[in-house]
Write a protein that binds this ligand. Structure first.
Ligand code: NAD
Ligand code: UGA
Length: 466
């Protein structure tokens, strides 16, 4: 039996360790966090994050071989293997502000491990980090004067929120990067053996430590780049009466391109895509690779443009003013099946519409509490309403911002009847049946599709085709 510790009980630490505990009943798994409220929630019936299938896995292992605690120092002392899954946000101050990763939580953890260790340990980078971070971690840990040896291994996490349990149960691959020394290779073996309890061996890939660190940033950059690419095509579609869904389908059938991550949207959100690309941009600049940095930065610029384009389109369609108009925003989570609103494009749309002095009603099945917290003082100017029917009552427009499947199942003729006419619907996710909505009476504006309107010029006024 090994004592496995995870520092950081967030969106990654909690679910990943629950899966490890489920598949490794012979190991003792403890997840610690300095945030006592979060730990209390992991110990309660009301888990701190909404994630399909998570509750069952946690309840199955909790208090058997899965434990949550705030006693970071004590558990460090007892651990054989320590996964570090603390937050690594974009730095907001000083050198590299706005781009570099803020490694303060990371470094603090390294020092805590150093101070509280009385035996050698394997320390696993689970957080997403700049390439060569392991070097700093090793340097700090092995600076001890007690003769303790620490091996640092990179094991980035590729789960996506909303599908985290499935992603961890059946990962496309597990990367384990280590030093090419005998003890480094032994550490890689130990970590690989943990995963081998449920992941087929051929999917557990041992790499050099820097490749592992860089692969995580590269994977997120490639995924985000696809979203920005299809959103760029969506913008052309809107000018030319092509349909982005048809274009995505057509290009996705090419096996070299493939169908995934080609859904045009109001842009990507979430705590990682933007942060990790900014981090990549910063690294490129650090190494003097300015053209490479510009290339990746464009993925973010396109994402920002997509959100502002969506809002401009709303305003111009609604006769160039939304001031005082009630607008119902359907969804505020950054994607479906999560309560997470970090970097949600819906929040940016929300802020931009407030600038235009719209009267906003926000609805979402799981993310309203997080949205309220994220919006801070602006929250006072917004109505938060869990019921979409109530949210849309008396509204001039609906903007669908999160792809919750339930939004496709609503009775839109009932919703239409209770709205101000002409009633507009802006589908930022291409989730709804646009022809049916048009038949009901809505003026329908969807990302990357020609508008379906009831006005003589079909919504092309001020948006003339060349
Ligand atoms: P999170 O903010 O949800 O959780 C991090 C937790 O670490 C917090 O609860 C915080 O209190 C705790 N923490 C910070 N410093 C600590 C310390 N010194 N001692 C104890 N606890 C401490 O973050 P997250 O979303 O779980 O992401 C963690 C890392 O995983 C990030 O590097 C992120 O880029 C990466 N990642 C995230 C996802 C995702 O879907 N969220 C997926 C893959 C990788
Ligand atoms: C993403 C990656 O998919 C994970 O592999 C990675 O581990 C994680 O980031 C991370 O490092 O944090 P996540 O952000 O949870 O996962 O969710 P995604 O499914 O990737 O969606 C990200 C954003 O892109 C969402 O806002 C989503 O709505 C948007 N998206 C995604 C689109 O607009 N179109 C698509 O076709 C796909």
């Amino acid at each position: 039996m090994a004592n496995i510790l995870c520092i950081g009980a967030g969106y990654v630490g909690g679910p990943t360790m629950a899966i490890v505990a489920k598949h490794c009943p012979h190991h003792r798994v403890v997840v610690v966090d300095s945030n006592a409220t979060r730990i209390a929630a992991w110990q309660s019936a009301d888990l701190p994050i909404y994630e399909p299938g998570l509750e069952e896995v946690v309840l199955g292992a909790r208090d058997r071989n899965l434990f949550f605690s705030t006693e970071v120092n004590r558990h460090i002392a007892e651990a054989d293997v320590i996964f570090v899954s603390v937050n690594t946000p974009t730095k907001s101050f000083g050198q590299g502000a706005g781009k570099a990763a803020d490694l303060q939580f990371w470094e603090k953890t390294a020092r805590q491990i150093l101070e509280n260790s009385t035996s050698p340990k394997i320390v696993v980078e689970k957080s997403t980090l700049p390439v060569r971070t392991a070097e700093a971690m090793e340097y700090i840990l092995n600076s001890n004067t007690r003769g303790l040896h620490f091996d640092v291994v990179s094991n980035p996490e590729f789960l996506a929120e909303g599908t985290a349990i499935r992603d961890m149960e059946q990962p496309d691959r597990v990367l384990v990067g280590g030093r090419e020394t005998p003890s480094g290779q032994k550490a890689v073996e130990v970590i690989s053996e943990i995963y081998a309890n449920w992941v087929p061996k051929e999917r557990i890939i041992a790499t050099n430590i820097w490749s592992s660190e860089l692969s995580k940033l590269a994977a997120n950059a490639f995924l985000a780049q696809r979203v920005s690419s299809i959103n760029a095509i969506a913008a052309i579609c809107e000018k030319t009466e092509a349909h982005v869904v048809e274009v995505a389908h057509a290009i996705g059938l090419d096996r070299r391109i493939g169908p995934n991550f080609l859904k045009a949207s109001i842009g990507f959100g979430g705590s990682c895509f933007q942060k990790d690309i900014l981090n990549l941009v910063y690294l490129c600049e650090y190494y003097g690779l300015y053209e490479v940095a510009n290339y990746w930065e464009q993925v973010i610029k396109m994402n920002d443009h997509q959100q502002s384009r969506f809002v401009s389109n709303m305003v111009s369609t609604m006769f160039n003013t939304v001031a005082g108009k009630r607008i119902a925003l359907f969804g505020v989570a950054f994607k479906a099946n999560t309560s997470d609103t970090r970097e949600s494009p819906a929040l940016n749309v929300c802020r931009a519409l407030l600038e235009e002095r719209a009267e906003l009603v926000l609805t979402d099945p799981h993310a309203l509490a997080n949205a309220r917290a994220d919006l801070g003082a602006l929250a006072q100017r917004i109505t938060f309403e869990p019921d979409p029917y109530v949210a849309a009552k008396g509204a001039h427009a609906i903007a669908l911002l999160t792809d919750w499947a339930d939004y496709a199942k609503l009775d839109y003729s009932q919703i239409y009847q209770n709205m101000v006419k002409p009633a507009f619907i802006f589908d930022g996710r291409n989730l709804l049946n646009h022809r049916q909505l048009h038949e009901v009476g809505f003026n329908v504006h969807a990302i990357g599709k020609p508008p379906l309107t009831h006005s003589a010029n079909n919504g092309y006024a001020g948006n003339q085709r060349f």
